[in-house]
Design a protein around this ligand. Sequence first.
Ligand SMILES: *Cc1c(COP(=O)(O)O)cnc(C)c1O
Length: 325
Amino acid sequence: MQNLTLPTYADVVAAARRIAGHAHRTPVITSRTVDAEFGAQVFFKCENLQRMGAFKFRGAYNALSQFDAQQRRAGVVAFSSGNHAQAIALSAQLLGIPATIIMPHDAPAAKIAATRGYGGNVVLYDRYTQDREQIGRELAEQQGMTLIPPYDHAHVIAGQGTAAMELFEEVGQLDAFFVCLGGGGLLAGSALATRALSPACKLYGVEPEAGNDGQQSFRSGQIVHIDTPKTIADGAQTQHLGNLTFPIIRRDVDDVLTVSDAQLVERMGFAASRLKLVIEPTGCLGFAAALQMKEQLRGKRVGILISGGNVDMPRFCELLGGQAR
Ligand SMILES: *Cc1c(COP(=O)(O)O)cnc(C)c1O
């Protein structure tokens, strides 16, 4: 049975102490060009510049640093083809904990190599014939390993909330804040920090249009499940929110918005050429939604969480190729 005690802002504060000196305190970037485009004051919290290239290091390190001696010896297991895999592998390496990462055999070679590079023991499975959750459960049961899920875990949510906490500490209260949404670990953690540090701020989760399960769930009041959506935002291809992330999002978030893949590509190009930032497609969700709402944001103080920057360069160029100006 999953423990359904929801994390609180006090857990975010405790997480910030645990990750201090291990995670980067990422920069907050401003741009006169963006401020002029929006007619507003815009602050970007740059988690693409976090260790291993995404905010997920925060939650992974916060979770693993709370393992007891027995858990440390037996190790951690995670299944992921993306940033969670690298976050767990790197955190485990830093803490001297063995890590097993279960990845699909057709995951991008660069991601498999990066996970191995951080010392992770990669177990490949066939995503068409094998059940990764069963493989993970077997490893956890037979070898006593602790499974850390990518978003639906109180320690992961609290860790992810530290990015928003740092943003508010640095720039003060905001009128609106845009956060990328997959399974909701980042948004739920950000919500805890927002309600504590900038209570009146409008908080928006942003999903790819093709996978709006979070929007459907938020608006209907029940967790909606969908098929794996087809979108370039691979970090937000989740099929449903979590049992911990959903109630926090439902309670503390103002709305869930969606944007198209074309809007993501346009913002990726803008960020690269104007802000000198490499952002992965998922990392642009908040930026694209803010632009879509810019009439309502005029004269306001706006926060945008850039969640990650892990995109293969050939893929980046391919996506922007159709965009060249
Ligand atoms: C995982 C991830 C997300 C989505 O985070 P959730 O906690 O699953 O909502 C967004 N952006 C990037 C870059 C990610 O790696």
